[in-house]
Design a protein around this ligand. Structure first.
Ligand code: FAD
Ligand code: SIN
Length: 533
């Protein structure tokens, strides 16, 4: 058993920003960071385009960034939160620069600023096309300089510990559910351990792995949302899954797809259909730089009309030198599969990319469970509404990690650890006879979610999805109750819960708004609501 003052689950931008701040403020307190994989294996590491921020007040303004965010969010952003993130963003970006992250600069020393869909101005700071890798590097290096931060990698958080584990009945209507720590499966020792914490932060990232193709790495299985839901916390707006319009299409590839950043369209890349037509002008006046929901739906519609599995991204008019200067990673990747972007168009198709909903938090990152915060992609702060504006998530993660830190710092000394908690009970479990059953169920889940709960939905598809998820859930629960635990089984269980929450949210939303498009209700409803589950 371990004890800690601050427990941080996740080592992406949200978890590490928070860990750095708490450890620096409280050098005598312990900050424990847990990750289920290697420390840098996070969605953060794969971020390409950059971070949206207003730090050029001559050519841009907070008001414009706020307006762009609200337009993309399609009527359900929390306006106060949007203002907070946009206005506090520049200070957080300055901090990460101080911690060593480098963003590309012009010869005069000013930042280079890119543009992406839905942005009215050039405001995306970037480090070539590997911005996330650079930010993650700087954060991990800064964290390693603070001796009171302890890292435990390859340690899978199974469940949050609450009053339920003390034998009390805990339901959605129980007031004051409290988090005392977590149970983890230590993947090095294969033992289940208990970690007690005064304050816990969930920073477990996204859930793209619930779909057949995704830009997300394998860690993105929605674990934080699933365990929070099991602990009876409040989740919202899970139906708003953002599909990135331009993942590289590689025939037969399943799982993580390579992203072609939207910044390529920001620099002039043009989407073309099978016939070579630049089709976006038929869908939106902003053409290739319309918000993501619109571009992804337009591509989906062109693919269905022309019977193809991808469209093209045309960069043949770029100068090779300019392209390589901004997008060296994409250039190399394309070349490695025989695509020379100055001669060949790039095959692209939408892929699951970002979860706009998640653990409902207030403006200090507090969840509905006491002493438990959430930040980053697993949280639903109200910033993104029905569709996240490109490159707003790294910014949101830093702003809210900071706010969680401020609130937690006020509380930590008033909390005592609860020593009365039982150890994990693994009685009656044995090794599963066939691991292949777990793999097959995960495959089925991704198939169901991609076929029935993708970019375009309708009621029959959602009902079908729910029936199939019910069966998968029943089978997986049986396996879970009788088996010794493995990360594969835990992830499957979590992904089925997340799938259920997405389908449930989608079924409740009787309208089309932002990323949720249901052909049975193609219009926006006058009832503006968040779906809380
Ligand atoms: P992550 O960075 O995903 O970190 C999650 C952490 O949680 C990991 O350490 C993981 O091991 C840990 N974890 C999860 N479950 C468990 C568990 N059960 N037990 C223990 N540990 C666990 N956003 C932008 O703003 N700009 C961009 O340019 C951009 N580009 C992107 C490109 C790609 C390809 C992708 C995938 C995303 C992109 N995004 C971008 C989105 C952005 O990168 C993510 O939303 C953000 O990085 C999420 O950070 P996070 O800290 O919330 O989680
Ligand atoms: C991209 O670079 O296109 C991704 C940006 C984002 O998801 O915000």
């Amino acid at each position: 058993m371990q004890k800690t003052d601050f427990l941080v689950i996740g080592s992406g931008i949200a978890g590490l920003t928070y860990a750095l701040k708490t450890a620096a403020r409280f050098p005598d307190k312990k900050v424990l960071v847990i990750t289920k994989a290697a420390a840098d294996e996070t969605n953060t590491k794969y971020a390409q385009g950059g971070i949206a921020v207003v730090n050029d007040l001559e050519n841009d303004s907070f008001a414009k960034h706020i307006e762009d965010t609200l337009i993309a969010g399609d009527g359900i952003c929390n306006e106060k939160v949007v203002e907070i993130v946009v206005k506090e963003g520049p200070e957080r970006v300055e901090e990460i620069v101080e911690w060593g992250a480098s963003f590309d600069r012009e010869e005069d020393g000013d930042f280079k600023r890119g543009k992406e869909g839905g942005h009215s101005e050039y405001r995306i700071l970037h480090h070539k096309d590997v911005t996330g890798k650079e930010m993650e590097r700087a954060l991990l290096e800064s964290v390693s300089r603070l001796p009171n931060i302890e890292f435990v990698n390859h340690c899978f958080v199974i469940d949050l510990i609450t009053q339920h584990h003390l034998g009390y009945l805990v339901t959605k209507s129980t007031p004051d559910i409290e988090c005392y720590g977590v149970y983890v499966l230590n993947l090095e020792t294969n033992r289940i351990e208990k970690i007690l914490a005064k304050i816990t932060l969930l920073a477990t990232g996204g859930n793209g792995q619930v779909y057949r193709t995704t830009t997300n790495p394998t860690i993105a299985t929605g674990d934080g949302v699933a365990m929070f839901y099991r602990a009876k916390g409040r989740i919202e707006n899970m139906e708003f899954i953002q599909f990135h319009p331009t993942a590289l299409y590689e025939p037969g590839l399943l799982g993580q797809a390579f992203l072609i950043t939207e910044a390529v369209r920001g620099d002039g890349g043009i989407l073309r259909n099978k016939k070579g037509e630049a089709f976006m002008e038929r869908y939106d006046a902003r053409k290739d730089l319309a918000p993501r929901d619109i571009v992804a739906r337009a591509i989906d519609s062109e693919m269905k009309k022309t019977g193809t599995e991808h469209v093209w991204l045309d960069c043949r008019h770029f100068s090779r030198e300019k392209f390589i200067e901004h997008f060296p990673n994409i250039y190399e990747k394309c070349l490695s599969i025989g695509i020379d972007i100055t001669r060949d168009m790039i095959p692209v198709a939408p892929a699951a990319h970002y979860s706009c909903g998640g653990i409902k938090t207030d403006e200090w990152g507090r969840s509905s469970i006491r002493n438990l915060y959430a930040a980053g992609e697993c949280a639903s702060t109200g910033l993104h509404g029905a569709n996240r504006l490109a490159s707003n998530s790294l910014l949101e993660a830093m702003v809210f990690a900071h706010r969680c830190f401020l609130d937690a710092a006020e509380k930590v000394d008033k909390i005592t650890l609860n020593d009365a908690l039982p150890d994990w009970n693994a009685e009656g479990t044995s090794e599963p006879r066939e691991m292949i059953l777990i793999t097959q169920s995960a495959k089925e889940l991704r198939q169901v979610m991609s076929d029935y709960v993708g970019i375009v939905r309708n009621d029959i598809r959602l009902q079908r999805a729910m029936r199939r998820l019910d069966l998968l859930w029943e089978e997986t629960e049986n396996l879970y109750q009788g088996s010794t635990l493995s990360p594969q089984l835990l992830e499957l269980r979590n992904m089925i819960s997340v799938g259920y929450l997405i389908v449930k949210g989608a079924s409740f939303r009787k309208e089309s708004r932002g990323l949720h498009f249901n052909t049975d209700y193609p219009e926006k409803s006058s009832l503006v609501q968040n779906i809380v589950l």
